[in-house]
Design a protein around this ligand. Sequence first.
Ligand code: ATR
Length: 288
Amino acid sequence: MSKVKIKGTTKITGVFGYPIIHSLSPVFQNSAFEYLNLDFVYIPLEVKPKDLKKAVDAIRIFNWVGINVTIPHKKEVIKFIDELDETSKILGVVNTIHNVNGKLKGYTTDGEGFIRSLKEDGKFNPKNKNIFIIGAGGSSYAICGALINEKINSIFITNRTFENAIKLREHIVTKLNFKNIKIIEFEKRNEQTIWENIDLLINTTSVGMKENDPLLIKKENIEKVRFVYDIVYNRKTELLKTAEKLKIPYLNGLSMLVYQGAISFEIWTGRKAPIDIMKKSIYEKIET
Ligand code: ATR
């Protein structure tokens, strides 16, 4: 349990979301502040969509240092802040706001959080690798963009709604200027030939969050990959259970959650985030 002491000097950070009660960010951010003896606090802030502008005004009025922005505000919030980093501009989303003398700068740390998690926790370097991604939602956009920055070789994307996969391909080819991408119809995702050279399999969908959710990729295909990443973090998914049985290294979304938060922490405090402390606090809270 965090023992953050609030004083007149305490710098305030937090998260805007709706709903917010399940957020794990206050747990690991406050543990990190406490560990480094920083005079900061992180609070959950429930913000209804209709109140988002007023909530952003409050950042300026109360001079809060930093705010994370989560579902459903990541796109909408852009309208109300002053400046965007390159990734936020490309993706059209913000998950971190930094208040510098009343000027609000937006960042998006999900993609970089994913990469740091993959490299540091997973000891897997995506450079020159062939990647198979399930999903074409917001997380997939962030992860694809970050992987392309890491000089991967190729991406295969499948998605339940093919039209969304087409849109993602368009984004990758035109905005990110990456051509070695193939989209695969959902019904054809298990065709064996696709799987001959895949190094890394990533699930970016919510499939796996519920107990009876199906395994979307056949075991004989999973068997061929070298690393499995599932961004779901509330339970060990069928995908991760299968990877474990096959002795394939894997990570779940808790790792990405902590690293994306760690990058926010570093933006706000200018200090290196104590990753191990953050992880420990969260693993104590959640059983995986
Ligand atoms: P996020 O921001 O977390 O990525 P999102 O933008 O709502 O969330 O995207 C959710 C992703 O999970 C999408 O790729 C979605 O597929 P559709 O484009 O077909 O909606 C995928 N998804 C959600 N439920 C799914 C299911 N039951 N089976 C397969 N894919 C699913």
